[in-house]
Design a protein around this ligand. Structure first.
Ligand SMILES: C[S@@+](CC[C@H](N)C(=O)[O-])C[C@H]1O[C@@H](n2cnc3c(N)ncnc32)[C@H](O)[C@@H]1O
Length: 240
């Protein structure tokens, strides 16, 4: 794990040294992180994020993948930036949101999925589930050993204060969603990089899936959460 600015730290990393990048950057919405100021002029932010994706993309081996999460308005713009990688897919993460929102409640984010050439994909990680098991055609498929290909939308609830996996980080991603991505695009014992590690969910997911991780986080307090989480020690409560 590296404590510091991801742009500086990535400059010191070897090109083509990781199998995938999976990250969820600050969204530039004025969010109250402990130290990071989440309120750049939007065009500066897009420029910074494009530079970050391009730089991190160079660290990926041929056949590797880049998963980048954002609100649909920004993800759909970022997806079309020139990052030196191939565009493969936009995947929707949908979740329930019980309050707020105008004129509509927000319950979607998009994963931009870029690749370096034909990607490594673990086929076992791309199967979904049959929903209507009483349907005659589905019964026939099951008997024939045919499995359904997964959707390009995934539903996971956000990590709430009452969630058992919740740490003190204010915007933690669901562990199961990151395990799903890592299982799909990082080869066994391969390495995933997260330049905006937050509470280290990418690292924990990698550990759970038998993969390695390189985590970068600027905030010293959040780095403490990561250390505790990855060491599986009892969580420390930080007073930010
Ligand atoms: C959206 S959060 C990531 C949350 C993470 N996905 C999780 O599940 O915990 C973004 C993180 O990026 C960190 N950050 C902001 N600017 C950074 C930079 N230049 N380099 C490294 N980390 C940075 C923030 O401190 C914050 O913890």
């Amino acid at each position: 794990m590296h404590e510091g600015d991801c742009m500086e730290i990535m400059q010191g990393m070897d090109p083509e040294s990781v199998d995938a990048v999976v990250t969820d950057p600050p969204y530039n919405i004025g969010f109250k992180y402990a130290t990071y100021k989440d309120n750049m002029p939007q065009e500066d932010y897009i420029k910074w994020q494009t530079e970050m994706v391009t730089m991190a993309g160079k660290l990926i081996r041929p056949g590797g993948s880049f998963f980048y999460l954002h609100y649909p308005e920004v993800a759909s713009r970022m997806f079309w930036q020139d990052t030196g990688m191939d565009r493969l897919k936009l995947i929707a993460w949908i979740y329930n949101q019980h309050t707020g929102g105008s004129p509509l409640r927000r319950g979607t984010r998009l994963w931009c999925w870029w690749t370096k050439g034909g990607p490594y994909i673990n086929k076992e990680g791309t199967f979904g589930e049959y929903k209507n098991l009483n349907d005659k055609r589905i019964k026939q498929n099951i008997e024939a050993g045919k499995r359904p290909v997964d959707y390009d939308w995934w539903q996971y609830e956000q990590v709430k204060n009452v969630s058992s996996e919740k740490t003190c980080h204010p915007c933690q991603l669901p562990l199961k969603m990151l395990e799903r991505i890592i299982n799909m695009v990082v080869p066994p014992e391969g390495t995933v990089l997260d330049p905006f590690a937050g509470s280290g969910t990418t690292g924990l997911a990698a550990e759970n899936m038998g993969r390695n991780s390189i985590l970068i986080e600027k905030d010293a307090g959040y780095c403490g959460i990561i250390r505790n989480r990855l060491d599986k020690l009892q969580m420390t409560i930080f007073n930010f």
